[in-house]
Design a protein around this ligand. Structure first.
Ligand SMILES: NC(=O)c1ccc[n+]([C@@H]2O[C@H](COP(=O)([O-])OP(=O)(O)OC[C@H]3O[C@@H](n4cnc5c(N)ncnc54)[C@H](O)[C@@H]3O)[C@@H](O)[C@H]2O)c1
Ligand SMILES: CC(C)CCC[C@@H](C)[C@H]1CC[C@H]2[C@@H]3[C@H](O)C=C4C[C@@H](O)CC[C@]4(C)[C@H]3CC[C@]12C
Length: 342
């Protein structure tokens, strides 16, 4: 997105634990693209990568709501990693920092209270216990508190945080998992969540576009945007998690069975708790990390959607991809997954 949409771009550094072969394709244009294999938990590696950069977009993170990694590791990567990024900016004199936060910094909370088409000012009791949202909330707080700190050279750091809802689009691993599960079940998926529960979703291209706009505008609107949070949204329709997935999986041949959940909620909760027990029992032998656990069930079963125009008002954001385009691109990607699986 930066290479396509940012005419002022001179150099792009990509810092990640895992560098994919796709990065090579980015190196063929006029902009210098440097891929750096590194770990955000290593302060010196981060500082070396950040030195001399005009703006840092910190999106690296450990996204795990399935118990694959320990809470300590999640904290180390998401919180200490973010601390390292902030310190690197301060020490090397980089003035603009954009952080990829998450809707989960707000909710759904442990009480399962609905957040219905809320905005950045909607009152909501943001209380978490799960390591992932806890880590994102702490990291976001660090980023916002760092706004105004003096960086090398004496000028103030300008920071802001973007909170995407559930991201979908090309490369969406969980969508791929649901697709394969549907194929295994003879082209069917069984409804587990009531259709009335709205779950916020945003297309990956629009998330990237919002980051590019913020990176561009932070310098010019530092007083307005510094220390602010913005939900990351677009015109994707409000639907339940499963009905939304069917927008893509339906055209790829899957069918969602049932107008109401097939299993009662208490049974799902029981199965989710059983999965936690099995995960714990099997840990010495293998990693058992199914999609269903009490946390993911609560996420899917609690209404959480945003309706806001703060990003438009503050820095002129309009989604780059319409809903139709986002949908078409995602369907094409699922179909390509299908093609490669055969
Ligand atoms: N997927 C979503 O629905 C969603 C929603 C809201 C916010 N987010 C946030 O967006 C960001 C990207 O998430 P994603 O879904 O694309 O996940 P992802 O796992 O695809 O991307 C995270 C990237 O961070 C890198 N990374 C992990 N640990 C690292 C480390 N120690 N050092 C350097 N790099 C490391 C990974 O290699 C990966 O490329 C995360 O910060 C996540 O919290 C994701
Ligand atoms: C009960 C089952 C039938 C369905 C389980 C679906 C579950 C795996 C899904 C539902 C909601 C999903 C999360 C949501 O879209 C938002 C985010 C925020 C982001 O920061 C990280 C990813 C995450 C947690 C999604 C993970 C998968 C979830 C829990």
């Amino acid at each position: 997105m930066l290479l396509q949409q940012e005419p002022q771009l001179r150099e792009l550094r990509i810092f990640d634990l895992h560098l994919g072969p796709w990065l090579e394709e980015l190196k063929t244009g006029p902009v210098q693209v440097t891929a750096i294999q590194g770990d955000v938990t290593q302060a010196h590696e981060v500082a070396a990568a950040v030195a001399g950069a005009h703006v840092v977009i910190h999106t690296a993170g450990l996204v795990d709501v399935f118990g694959k990694t320990s809470p300590e590791t999640i904290h180390e990567v998401n919180v200490q990693g973010t601390r390292n990024v902030i310190e690197a900016c301060v020490q090397t004199g980089t003035r603009f920092l954009v952080y990829t936060s998450s809707m989960e910094v707000v909710g759904p909370n442990i009480k399962g209270q609905p957040f219905y088409r809320g905005n950045e000012n909607t009152p909501y009791e943001a209380v978490h216990r799960h390591p992932y949202p806890c880590s994102k909330a702490l990291a976001e707080q660090l980023v916002l508190e760092a706004n105004g700190r003096k960086v090398l050279g004496g000028l103030p750091l300008v920071t802001c945080a973007l909170r995407p809802t559930g991201i979908y689009g090309e490369g969406h691993q969980i969508m791929r998992d649901f697709y394969h599960q549907g194929l295994r079940l003879g082209g069917r998926l069984f409804r587990a969540i009531p259709a009335s529960v709205e779950h916020g979703r945003v297309y990956v291209g629009n998330v990237a576009w919002m980051h590019v706009l913020v990176a561009r505008e932070l310098e010019h609107r530092a007083a307005l945007m510094g220390g602010q949070v913005y939900f990351c949204y677009d015109n994707s329709p409000y639907k339940s998690y499963e009905d939304f997935n069917m927008e893509f999986l339906g055209p790829c041949g899957l069918r969602l069975v049932g107008t109401r959940p097939l299993l009662p909620y208490w049974l799902l909760l029981f199965l989710a708790a059983l999965n936690v027990l099995l995960q714990w029992l099997l840990r010495p032998l293998l990693l058992y990390a199914p999609l269903l656990n009490p946390y993911t069930l609560a996420m899917a079963n609690t209404t959480f959607t945003v309706s806001t125009d703060k990003a438009r008002r503050h820095f002129g954001y309009e989604p780059l991809f319409s809903w139709e385009e986002s949908r078409t691109r995602t369907i094409r990607w699922v179909q390509a997954v299908e093609g490669s699986a055969q």
